[in-house]
Design a protein around this ligand. Structure first.
Ligand SMILES: Cc1cc2nc3c(=O)[nH]c(=O)nc-3n(C[C@H](O)[C@H](O)[C@H](O)COP(=O)(O)OP(=O)(O)OC[C@H]3O[C@@H](n4cnc5c(N)ncnc54)[C@H](O)[C@@H]3O)c2cc1C
Length: 475
Protein backbone atom coordinates (compact mmCIF):
# COMPACT_ATOMS: atom_id res chain seq x y z
CA UNK A 1 0.00 0.00 0.00
CA UNK A 2 1.27 3.51 -0.71
CA UNK A 3 2.43 5.39 2.36
CA UNK A 4 0.31 8.49 1.95
CA UNK A 5 0.45 9.50 5.62
CA UNK A 6 1.99 12.80 4.59
CA UNK A 7 -1.40 13.73 3.10
CA UNK A 8 -3.42 12.05 5.82
CA UNK A 9 -5.67 13.81 8.29
CA UNK A 10 -4.76 13.44 11.92
CA UNK A 11 -7.99 11.85 13.08
CA UNK A 12 -10.55 10.00 11.00
CA UNK A 13 -13.93 9.57 12.70
CA UNK A 14 -16.23 6.95 11.21
CA UNK A 15 -19.90 7.45 12.04
CA UNK A 16 -22.18 10.43 12.40
CA UNK A 17 -24.14 10.01 15.65
CA UNK A 18 -23.55 11.24 19.17
CA UNK A 19 -20.40 9.23 19.89
CA UNK A 20 -18.76 10.17 16.59
CA UNK A 21 -19.56 13.85 17.00
CA UNK A 22 -18.27 13.95 20.58
CA UNK A 23 -15.05 12.33 19.39
CA UNK A 24 -14.68 14.68 16.42
CA UNK A 25 -15.24 17.77 18.58
CA UNK A 26 -12.76 16.67 21.24
CA UNK A 27 -10.09 15.75 18.70
CA UNK A 28 -10.51 19.09 16.95
CA UNK A 29 -10.41 20.98 20.25
CA UNK A 30 -7.13 19.23 20.98
CA UNK A 31 -5.70 20.70 17.77
CA UNK A 32 -6.00 17.73 15.41
CA UNK A 33 -7.29 17.96 11.87
CA UNK A 34 -10.44 15.84 11.70
CA UNK A 35 -12.41 14.19 8.93
CA UNK A 36 -15.80 12.68 9.81
CA UNK A 37 -17.40 10.12 7.48
CA UNK A 38 -21.15 9.65 7.86
CA UNK A 39 -22.75 6.81 5.87
CA UNK A 40 -26.11 8.54 5.73
CA UNK A 41 -26.97 11.46 3.47
CA UNK A 42 -27.17 14.80 5.26
CA UNK A 43 -30.96 14.64 5.79
CA UNK A 44 -30.67 11.29 7.59
CA UNK A 45 -27.51 12.09 9.54
CA UNK A 46 -27.19 11.38 13.24
CA UNK A 47 -27.98 7.67 13.50
CA UNK A 48 -29.97 6.39 16.44
CA UNK A 49 -28.79 9.38 18.45
CA UNK A 50 -31.23 11.58 16.56
CA UNK A 51 -34.10 9.54 18.08
CA UNK A 52 -33.02 9.99 21.69
CA UNK A 53 -34.44 12.22 24.37
CA UNK A 54 -32.08 12.21 27.33
CA UNK A 55 -28.92 11.08 29.04
CA UNK A 56 -28.50 9.66 32.51
CA UNK A 57 -26.31 11.78 34.80
CA UNK A 58 -24.78 11.33 38.20
CA UNK A 59 -25.08 14.35 40.52
CA UNK A 60 -24.70 14.86 44.26
CA UNK A 61 -27.12 17.78 44.59
CA UNK A 62 -29.81 19.41 42.42
CA UNK A 63 -28.22 20.64 39.17
CA UNK A 64 -30.09 22.85 36.67
CA UNK A 65 -32.68 20.49 35.11
CA UNK A 66 -31.92 17.60 37.48
CA UNK A 67 -33.76 17.34 40.78
CA UNK A 68 -32.48 16.00 44.11
CA UNK A 69 -29.34 13.82 43.90
CA UNK A 70 -28.27 10.73 41.98
CA UNK A 71 -24.97 9.68 43.53
CA UNK A 72 -22.35 7.46 41.93
CA UNK A 73 -23.22 4.49 44.10
CA UNK A 74 -26.91 4.56 43.22
CA UNK A 75 -26.18 4.86 39.49
CA UNK A 76 -23.73 1.96 39.81
CA UNK A 77 -26.26 -0.19 41.69
CA UNK A 78 -28.88 0.55 39.02
CA UNK A 79 -26.45 -0.54 36.33
CA UNK A 80 -25.47 -3.64 38.28
CA UNK A 81 -29.12 -4.59 38.64
CA UNK A 82 -30.14 -4.21 34.99
CA UNK A 83 -27.01 -5.91 33.66
CA UNK A 84 -27.11 -8.73 36.19
CA UNK A 85 -23.40 -8.05 36.79
CA UNK A 86 -22.61 -8.16 33.08
CA UNK A 87 -20.57 -4.97 33.25
CA UNK A 88 -16.98 -3.86 33.74
CA UNK A 89 -16.97 -1.93 37.00
CA UNK A 90 -13.94 0.22 36.17
CA UNK A 91 -15.37 1.36 32.86
CA UNK A 92 -18.87 1.70 34.26
CA UNK A 93 -17.70 3.91 37.13
CA UNK A 94 -15.66 5.98 34.69
CA UNK A 95 -18.79 6.57 32.60
CA UNK A 96 -20.83 7.36 35.70
CA UNK A 97 -18.34 9.90 37.07
CA UNK A 98 -17.80 11.61 33.74
CA UNK A 99 -21.58 11.90 33.29
CA UNK A 100 -21.61 14.45 36.09
CA UNK A 101 -19.34 16.89 34.29
CA UNK A 102 -20.08 16.52 30.58
CA UNK A 103 -23.10 18.82 30.38
CA UNK A 104 -21.11 22.04 30.58
CA UNK A 105 -19.10 20.91 27.54
CA UNK A 106 -22.28 19.83 25.74
CA UNK A 107 -23.81 23.27 26.34
CA UNK A 108 -20.72 24.96 24.94
CA UNK A 109 -21.38 23.04 21.73
CA UNK A 110 -24.97 24.23 21.53
CA UNK A 111 -26.95 21.52 23.33
CA UNK A 112 -29.82 22.81 25.47
CA UNK A 113 -31.51 20.93 28.27
CA UNK A 114 -35.03 21.02 29.59
CA UNK A 115 -36.77 19.58 32.65
CA UNK A 116 -38.58 16.29 32.00
CA UNK A 117 -42.19 16.67 30.88
CA UNK A 118 -45.28 14.99 32.31
CA UNK A 119 -45.18 11.32 31.34
CA UNK A 120 -41.45 11.24 32.06
CA UNK A 121 -41.51 12.87 35.50
CA UNK A 122 -40.18 9.71 37.11
CA UNK A 123 -36.89 10.46 35.30
CA UNK A 124 -36.50 14.07 36.46
CA UNK A 125 -33.92 13.07 39.08
CA UNK A 126 -31.77 10.81 36.95
CA UNK A 127 -32.03 11.97 33.33
CA UNK A 128 -31.30 15.30 31.64
CA UNK A 129 -33.61 15.84 28.64
CA UNK A 130 -32.38 17.48 25.44
CA UNK A 131 -34.40 20.48 24.34
CA UNK A 132 -35.70 19.45 20.91
CA UNK A 133 -34.60 15.84 21.48
CA UNK A 134 -31.66 14.01 19.95
CA UNK A 135 -32.26 15.61 16.56
CA UNK A 136 -31.54 19.05 18.00
CA UNK A 137 -28.49 17.70 19.85
CA UNK A 138 -27.06 16.17 16.70
CA UNK A 139 -27.76 19.34 14.69
CA UNK A 140 -26.02 21.45 17.34
CA UNK A 141 -22.94 19.22 17.29
CA UNK A 142 -22.76 19.29 13.48
CA UNK A 143 -22.97 23.08 13.52
CA UNK A 144 -20.27 23.33 16.13
CA UNK A 145 -18.04 20.81 14.34
CA UNK A 146 -18.34 22.69 11.05
CA UNK A 147 -17.57 25.99 12.80
CA UNK A 148 -14.44 24.48 14.35
CA UNK A 149 -13.24 23.20 10.99
CA UNK A 150 -14.08 19.52 11.18
CA UNK A 151 -14.43 18.24 7.62
CA UNK A 152 -17.70 16.34 7.25
CA UNK A 153 -18.62 14.02 4.42
CA UNK A 154 -22.12 12.59 4.06
CA UNK A 155 -23.09 9.55 2.02
CA UNK A 156 -19.66 8.13 2.82
CA UNK A 157 -20.10 4.57 4.11
CA UNK A 158 -16.79 2.97 5.02
CA UNK A 159 -16.77 -0.55 3.64
CA UNK A 160 -13.24 -1.67 4.46
CA UNK A 161 -10.52 -0.96 7.00
CA UNK A 162 -6.81 -1.57 6.74
CA UNK A 163 -5.31 -2.59 10.03
CA UNK A 164 -1.77 -3.93 10.39
CA UNK A 165 -0.32 -5.24 13.64
CA UNK A 166 -3.22 -3.74 15.54
CA UNK A 167 -2.60 -0.26 14.11
CA UNK A 168 -5.05 1.60 11.91
CA UNK A 169 -3.74 2.44 8.43
CA UNK A 170 -6.65 3.56 6.27
CA UNK A 171 -10.37 3.28 5.58
CA UNK A 172 -11.95 2.67 2.20
CA UNK A 173 -15.13 4.25 0.88
CA UNK A 174 -15.70 2.38 -2.35
CA UNK A 175 -12.54 2.85 -4.38
CA UNK A 176 -11.22 5.72 -2.31
CA UNK A 177 -8.52 5.06 0.27
CA UNK A 178 -8.52 7.45 3.21
CA UNK A 179 -5.44 7.33 5.42
CA UNK A 180 -5.25 8.88 8.88
CA UNK A 181 -2.82 8.90 11.77
CA UNK A 182 -5.54 7.77 14.16
CA UNK A 183 -9.11 6.60 13.89
CA UNK A 184 -12.23 6.57 16.02
CA UNK A 185 -14.93 4.11 15.02
CA UNK A 186 -18.42 5.11 16.18
CA UNK A 187 -20.66 3.46 13.62
CA UNK A 188 -23.33 1.90 15.88
CA UNK A 189 -24.31 -1.76 16.27
CA UNK A 190 -25.55 -4.13 13.58
CA UNK A 191 -29.25 -3.74 14.34
CA UNK A 192 -30.14 -2.51 10.84
CA UNK A 193 -28.57 -5.53 9.14
CA UNK A 194 -31.45 -8.02 8.73
CA UNK A 195 -29.24 -10.68 7.24
CA UNK A 196 -26.91 -10.61 10.23
CA UNK A 197 -29.88 -10.62 12.63
CA UNK A 198 -31.26 -13.67 10.82
CA UNK A 199 -27.86 -15.35 11.12
CA UNK A 200 -27.55 -14.49 14.82
CA UNK A 201 -31.09 -15.38 15.86
CA UNK A 202 -31.82 -18.28 13.55
CA UNK A 203 -35.08 -20.12 13.09
CA UNK A 204 -37.48 -20.70 15.99
CA UNK A 205 -39.33 -23.90 16.89
CA UNK A 206 -42.20 -22.98 14.53
CA UNK A 207 -39.85 -22.73 11.57
CA UNK A 208 -40.11 -18.93 11.56
CA UNK A 209 -37.24 -16.48 11.17
CA UNK A 210 -38.05 -13.97 13.94
CA UNK A 211 -35.75 -11.33 12.44
CA UNK A 212 -38.06 -11.09 9.41
CA UNK A 213 -40.90 -9.71 11.51
CA UNK A 214 -38.93 -7.12 13.46
CA UNK A 215 -38.90 -3.40 12.81
CA UNK A 216 -35.74 -1.36 13.39
CA UNK A 217 -36.64 1.59 15.59
CA UNK A 218 -33.75 3.74 14.45
CA UNK A 219 -31.48 4.31 11.48
CA UNK A 220 -31.12 1.97 8.52
CA UNK A 221 -27.39 2.74 8.29
CA UNK A 222 -26.08 0.74 11.26
CA UNK A 223 -25.20 -2.32 9.21
CA UNK A 224 -22.33 -3.51 11.39
CA UNK A 225 -19.81 -3.23 8.58
CA UNK A 226 -17.02 -2.09 10.91
CA UNK A 227 -17.84 -4.76 13.48
CA UNK A 228 -17.46 -7.39 10.75
CA UNK A 229 -14.21 -5.78 9.60
CA UNK A 230 -12.87 -5.85 13.15
CA UNK A 231 -13.79 -9.52 13.48
CA UNK A 232 -11.73 -10.29 10.40
CA UNK A 233 -8.89 -8.17 11.75
CA UNK A 234 -8.86 -10.27 14.95
CA UNK A 235 -9.96 -7.58 17.41
CA UNK A 236 -11.21 -8.56 20.87
CA UNK A 237 -14.98 -8.64 21.23
CA UNK A 238 -17.44 -8.56 24.07
CA UNK A 239 -21.13 -9.54 24.19
CA UNK A 240 -23.44 -11.95 22.52
CA UNK A 241 -24.65 -11.32 18.95
CA UNK A 242 -28.03 -12.88 19.73
CA UNK A 243 -28.73 -10.25 22.41
CA UNK A 244 -30.51 -7.02 21.59
CA UNK A 245 -32.62 -4.36 23.23
CA UNK A 246 -36.09 -4.66 21.80
CA UNK A 247 -39.47 -3.31 22.79
CA UNK A 248 -43.07 -3.86 21.69
CA UNK A 249 -44.01 -1.29 19.09
CA UNK A 250 -47.03 -0.69 16.91
CA UNK A 251 -47.06 -3.35 14.19
CA UNK A 252 -47.83 -0.60 11.66
CA UNK A 253 -44.51 1.16 12.37
CA UNK A 254 -42.22 1.66 9.38
CA UNK A 255 -39.37 -0.79 8.89
CA UNK A 256 -36.79 1.88 9.90
CA UNK A 257 -36.76 5.12 11.87
CA UNK A 258 -40.18 4.82 13.55
CA UNK A 259 -38.54 6.23 16.69
CA UNK A 260 -40.17 6.54 20.08
CA UNK A 261 -43.67 7.53 18.97
CA UNK A 262 -44.44 3.99 17.78
CA UNK A 263 -43.98 2.48 21.24
CA UNK A 264 -47.18 1.09 22.81
CA UNK A 265 -47.37 2.10 26.46
CA UNK A 266 -50.80 0.81 27.55
CA UNK A 267 -49.81 -2.82 28.16
CA UNK A 268 -50.04 -2.56 31.96
CA UNK A 269 -53.53 -1.01 31.72
CA UNK A 270 -55.18 -3.93 29.91
CA UNK A 271 -54.31 -7.34 28.55
CA UNK A 272 -52.13 -8.58 25.70
CA UNK A 273 -53.17 -11.52 23.53
CA UNK A 274 -51.42 -13.39 20.74
CA UNK A 275 -52.84 -14.27 17.33
CA UNK A 276 -54.80 -17.12 18.91
CA UNK A 277 -56.42 -14.58 21.26
CA UNK A 278 -54.57 -16.09 24.24
CA UNK A 279 -52.85 -14.11 27.00
CA UNK A 280 -49.21 -15.11 27.53
CA UNK A 281 -47.60 -12.99 30.28
CA UNK A 282 -48.37 -10.94 33.40
CA UNK A 283 -49.11 -7.47 31.99
CA UNK A 284 -48.96 -5.95 35.48
CA UNK A 285 -45.67 -7.43 36.66
CA UNK A 286 -43.96 -4.13 37.44
CA UNK A 287 -44.03 -0.44 36.58
CA UNK A 288 -44.12 0.05 32.83
CA UNK A 289 -40.84 2.00 32.56
CA UNK A 290 -39.10 -0.96 34.22
CA UNK A 291 -40.85 -3.55 32.09
CA UNK A 292 -41.32 -2.10 28.61
CA UNK A 293 -38.05 -3.55 27.39
CA UNK A 294 -39.08 -7.16 28.04
CA UNK A 295 -42.17 -6.98 25.83
CA UNK A 296 -40.31 -6.94 22.53
CA UNK A 297 -38.86 -10.33 23.33
CA UNK A 298 -42.16 -11.65 24.71
CA UNK A 299 -43.97 -10.72 21.50
CA UNK A 300 -41.07 -12.12 19.47
CA UNK A 301 -41.64 -15.50 21.13
CA UNK A 302 -45.30 -15.60 20.01
CA UNK A 303 -46.38 -17.25 16.74
CA UNK A 304 -45.89 -14.83 13.86
CA UNK A 305 -44.21 -12.38 16.30
CA UNK A 306 -47.45 -10.46 16.80
CA UNK A 307 -49.53 -9.45 19.80
CA UNK A 308 -52.49 -7.18 20.54
CA UNK A 309 -52.62 -4.77 23.46
CA UNK A 310 -56.28 -4.45 24.48
CA UNK A 311 -57.75 -1.76 26.76
CA UNK A 312 -61.15 -0.31 27.48
CA UNK A 313 -62.39 3.27 27.85
CA UNK A 314 -61.16 3.48 31.47
CA UNK A 315 -57.51 3.40 30.34
CA UNK A 316 -57.78 6.36 27.98
CA UNK A 317 -55.81 9.34 29.29
CA UNK A 318 -53.65 7.18 31.56
CA UNK A 319 -50.83 6.55 29.06
CA UNK A 320 -48.95 8.38 26.33
CA UNK A 321 -50.95 7.67 23.16
CA UNK A 322 -48.92 6.21 20.30
CA UNK A 323 -48.79 7.80 16.88
CA UNK A 324 -51.29 5.47 15.19
CA UNK A 325 -54.88 5.33 16.46
CA UNK A 326 -55.96 1.97 17.90
CA UNK A 327 -58.72 -0.21 16.53
CA UNK A 328 -61.91 0.91 18.27
CA UNK A 329 -65.21 -0.95 18.76
CA UNK A 330 -68.29 -0.90 20.95
CA UNK A 331 -68.25 -4.63 21.53
CA UNK A 332 -65.51 -7.18 22.08
CA UNK A 333 -66.82 -9.19 19.12
CA UNK A 334 -66.41 -6.21 16.79
CA UNK A 335 -62.94 -5.55 18.11
CA UNK A 336 -61.90 -9.18 17.50
CA UNK A 337 -63.25 -8.97 13.94
CA UNK A 338 -61.27 -5.80 13.23
CA UNK A 339 -58.10 -7.49 14.48
CA UNK A 340 -58.74 -10.67 12.52
CA UNK A 341 -58.86 -12.73 15.74
CA UNK A 342 -61.16 -15.65 16.44
CA UNK A 343 -64.19 -13.94 18.02
CA UNK A 344 -65.22 -16.73 20.34
CA UNK A 345 -61.68 -17.28 21.61
CA UNK A 346 -61.15 -13.57 22.19
CA UNK A 347 -64.44 -13.12 24.05
CA UNK A 348 -63.64 -16.18 26.16
CA UNK A 349 -60.15 -14.88 27.05
CA UNK A 350 -61.49 -11.46 28.07
CA UNK A 351 -64.39 -13.09 29.93
CA UNK A 352 -62.05 -15.32 31.96
CA UNK A 353 -59.75 -12.41 32.71
CA UNK A 354 -62.67 -10.20 33.77
CA UNK A 355 -64.06 -12.92 36.04
CA UNK A 356 -60.62 -13.33 37.65
CA UNK A 357 -60.13 -9.63 38.47
CA UNK A 358 -60.01 -8.82 42.18
CA UNK A 359 -60.36 -5.06 42.19
CA UNK A 360 -58.95 -3.18 45.17
CA UNK A 361 -57.84 0.45 45.04
CA UNK A 362 -56.53 1.10 41.55
CA UNK A 363 -53.34 3.20 41.55
CA UNK A 364 -51.19 3.20 38.43
CA UNK A 365 -48.40 5.03 40.27
CA UNK A 366 -47.96 2.21 42.82
CA UNK A 367 -47.81 -1.58 42.69
CA UNK A 368 -51.48 -1.66 43.65
CA UNK A 369 -53.66 -4.48 44.94
CA UNK A 370 -55.81 -4.96 41.80
CA UNK A 371 -54.91 -8.48 40.68
CA UNK A 372 -56.39 -11.63 39.20
CA UNK A 373 -57.14 -14.97 40.80
CA UNK A 374 -57.61 -18.28 39.03
CA UNK A 375 -56.36 -16.97 35.70
CA UNK A 376 -53.19 -18.12 34.00
CA UNK A 377 -51.01 -16.19 33.54
CA UNK A 378 -51.98 -14.02 36.47
CA UNK A 379 -52.05 -10.24 36.20
CA UNK A 380 -50.51 -9.11 39.47
CA UNK A 381 -51.27 -5.36 39.51
CA UNK A 382 -53.64 -2.87 37.86
CA UNK A 383 -56.08 -5.65 36.94
CA UNK A 384 -59.40 -3.98 36.11
CA UNK A 385 -62.05 -5.79 34.06
CA UNK A 386 -62.35 -4.79 30.42
CA UNK A 387 -66.02 -3.85 30.66
CA UNK A 388 -66.41 -0.26 29.52
CA UNK A 389 -66.94 0.51 25.82
CA UNK A 390 -65.45 1.64 23.60
CA UNK A 391 -62.73 -1.01 23.53
CA UNK A 392 -59.38 -0.35 21.87
CA UNK A 393 -56.55 -2.52 20.59
CA UNK A 394 -53.09 -1.90 19.18
CA UNK A 395 -51.27 -4.54 17.12
CA UNK A 396 -47.74 -5.18 18.43
CA UNK A 397 -44.50 -6.36 16.88
CA UNK A 398 -40.95 -6.38 18.25
CA UNK A 399 -38.93 -3.26 17.54
CA UNK A 400 -35.16 -3.56 17.83
CA UNK A 401 -33.35 -0.62 19.41
CA UNK A 402 -29.74 -1.82 19.32
CA UNK A 403 -27.54 -4.90 19.47
CA UNK A 404 -25.09 -5.60 22.29
CA UNK A 405 -22.13 -7.10 20.47
CA UNK A 406 -19.16 -4.75 20.73
CA UNK A 407 -15.41 -4.27 20.85
CA UNK A 408 -13.45 -4.63 24.07
CA UNK A 409 -11.90 -1.40 25.33
CA UNK A 410 -9.90 0.02 28.21
CA UNK A 411 -10.21 3.43 29.94
CA UNK A 412 -8.63 5.03 26.85
CA UNK A 413 -11.33 3.57 24.55
CA UNK A 414 -8.60 1.71 22.65
CA UNK A 415 -9.52 -1.29 20.49
CA UNK A 416 -7.72 -4.43 21.67
CA UNK A 417 -6.03 -7.20 19.69
CA UNK A 418 -5.23 -10.36 21.65
CA UNK A 419 -5.39 -8.35 24.86
CA UNK A 420 -3.13 -5.54 23.64
CA UNK A 421 -4.49 -2.03 23.12
CA UNK A 422 -4.04 -0.43 19.73
CA UNK A 423 -1.99 2.77 19.72
CA UNK A 424 -4.16 4.57 17.17
CA UNK A 425 -7.52 2.83 16.83
CA UNK A 426 -10.30 3.79 19.21
CA UNK A 427 -14.00 3.04 19.46
CA UNK A 428 -17.01 4.70 21.08
CA UNK A 429 -20.77 4.46 21.48
CA UNK A 430 -22.85 1.46 20.60
CA UNK A 431 -19.83 -0.30 19.08
CA UNK A 432 -18.38 -0.70 22.60
CA UNK A 433 -21.36 -0.10 24.91
CA UNK A 434 -21.34 -3.83 25.80
CA UNK A 435 -18.31 -3.22 28.05
CA UNK A 436 -20.57 -1.25 30.39
CA UNK A 437 -23.99 -2.57 29.44
CA UNK A 438 -23.57 -6.25 28.69
CA UNK A 439 -27.27 -6.90 29.11
CA UNK A 440 -30.51 -5.07 30.00
CA UNK A 441 -31.03 -1.35 29.87
CA UNK A 442 -31.72 1.65 31.98
CA UNK A 443 -33.06 4.77 30.29
CA UNK A 444 -30.48 7.29 29.12
CA UNK A 445 -27.38 5.17 29.60
CA UNK A 446 -26.75 4.74 25.84
CA UNK A 447 -26.13 8.46 25.48
CA UNK A 448 -24.06 8.53 28.67
CA UNK A 449 -21.73 5.85 27.31
CA UNK A 450 -21.56 7.48 23.87
CA UNK A 451 -20.81 10.92 25.26
CA UNK A 452 -18.22 9.79 27.78
CA UNK A 453 -16.34 7.34 25.57
CA UNK A 454 -16.78 9.50 22.47
CA UNK A 455 -15.01 12.31 24.28
CA UNK A 456 -12.28 10.00 25.59
CA UNK A 457 -11.75 8.39 22.17
CA UNK A 458 -11.51 11.79 20.45
CA UNK A 459 -8.95 13.10 22.91
CA UNK A 460 -6.91 9.89 22.77
CA UNK A 461 -6.98 9.79 18.97
CA UNK A 462 -5.76 13.38 18.79
CA UNK A 463 -2.93 12.50 21.16
CA UNK A 464 -2.03 9.40 19.14
CA UNK A 465 -2.03 11.42 15.91
CA UNK A 466 0.24 14.07 17.42
CA UNK A 467 2.68 11.40 18.57
CA UNK A 468 2.70 9.85 15.10
CA UNK A 469 2.94 13.24 13.42
CA UNK A 470 6.16 13.96 15.30
CA UNK A 471 7.45 10.52 14.38
CA UNK A 472 6.64 11.05 10.69
CA UNK A 473 8.03 14.56 10.55
CA UNK A 474 11.31 13.21 11.87
CA UNK A 475 11.35 10.13 9.62
C1 LIG B 1 -35.93 5.10 19.11
C2 LIG B 1 -34.73 5.17 20.00
C3 LIG B 1 -34.76 5.95 21.15
C4 LIG B 1 -33.66 6.00 21.99
N1 LIG B 1 -33.70 6.83 23.09
C5 LIG B 1 -32.62 6.94 23.88
C6 LIG B 1 -32.57 7.91 24.93
O1 LIG B 1 -33.49 8.71 25.14
N2 LIG B 1 -31.43 7.94 25.70
C7 LIG B 1 -30.37 7.11 25.48
O2 LIG B 1 -29.39 7.18 26.21
N3 LIG B 1 -30.37 6.23 24.46
C8 LIG B 1 -31.46 6.12 23.66
N4 LIG B 1 -31.43 5.26 22.60
C9 LIG B 1 -30.17 4.51 22.34
C10 LIG B 1 -29.20 5.48 21.66
O3 LIG B 1 -29.75 5.87 20.43
C11 LIG B 1 -27.82 4.89 21.43
O4 LIG B 1 -27.31 4.35 22.60
C12 LIG B 1 -26.84 5.97 20.94
O5 LIG B 1 -27.47 6.85 20.06
C13 LIG B 1 -25.67 5.35 20.26
O6 LIG B 1 -24.88 6.35 19.69
P1 LIG B 1 -23.82 6.00 18.59
O7 LIG B 1 -23.20 7.28 18.19
O8 LIG B 1 -22.97 4.89 19.05
O9 LIG B 1 -24.68 5.39 17.38
P2 LIG B 1 -25.62 6.12 16.31
O10 LIG B 1 -26.21 7.36 16.85
O11 LIG B 1 -26.58 5.10 15.82
O12 LIG B 1 -24.63 6.54 15.16
C14 LIG B 1 -24.03 5.61 14.30
C15 LIG B 1 -23.61 6.37 13.08
O13 LIG B 1 -22.71 5.60 12.30
C16 LIG B 1 -23.05 5.75 10.93
N5 LIG B 1 -22.50 4.57 10.25
C17 LIG B 1 -22.86 3.29 10.37
N6 LIG B 1 -22.06 2.50 9.60
C18 LIG B 1 -21.19 3.32 8.98
C19 LIG B 1 -20.11 3.11 8.07
N7 LIG B 1 -19.79 1.89 7.62
N8 LIG B 1 -19.42 4.19 7.61
C20 LIG B 1 -19.72 5.44 8.04
N9 LIG B 1 -20.73 5.69 8.92
C21 LIG B 1 -21.44 4.64 9.39
C22 LIG B 1 -24.56 5.86 10.93
O14 LIG B 1 -25.04 6.45 9.76
C23 LIG B 1 -24.77 6.74 12.16
O15 LIG B 1 -24.63 8.10 11.85
C24 LIG B 1 -32.51 5.22 21.71
C25 LIG B 1 -32.47 4.45 20.54
C26 LIG B 1 -33.57 4.43 19.69
C27 LIG B 1 -33.50 3.61 18.42
Amino acid sequence: MPDDNSRAVDVLVIGGGNAALCAALMAREAGASVLLLEAAPREWRGGNSSHTRNLRCMHDAPQDVLTDAYPEEEFWQDLLKVTGGNTNERLARLAIRESSTCRGWMRRHGVHFQPSLSGTLQLSRTNAFFMGGGKALVNAYYRSAAALGVEIRYGAPVDRLEVADGQFQAAWVGKERIAARACVMAAGGFESNREWLREAWGQNADGEWPADNFAIRGTRYNQGVLLKQMMSAGADFIGDPSQSHCVAIDARAPLYDGGICTRIDCVSLGIVVNKFAQRFYDEGEDFWPKRYAIWGRLVAQQPGQVGYSVIDAKAVGRFMPPVFPGAKADTLEHLARQLGLDEAAFVRTVGEYNAGCRVGSFDHTALDDCHTEGVSPAKTHWALPLDTAPFYAYPLKPGITFTYLGLKVNEQAAVHFAGRPSRNLFVAGEMMAGNVLGRGYTAGVGMTIGTVFGRIAGAQAAQAAMNQGVHHAGA
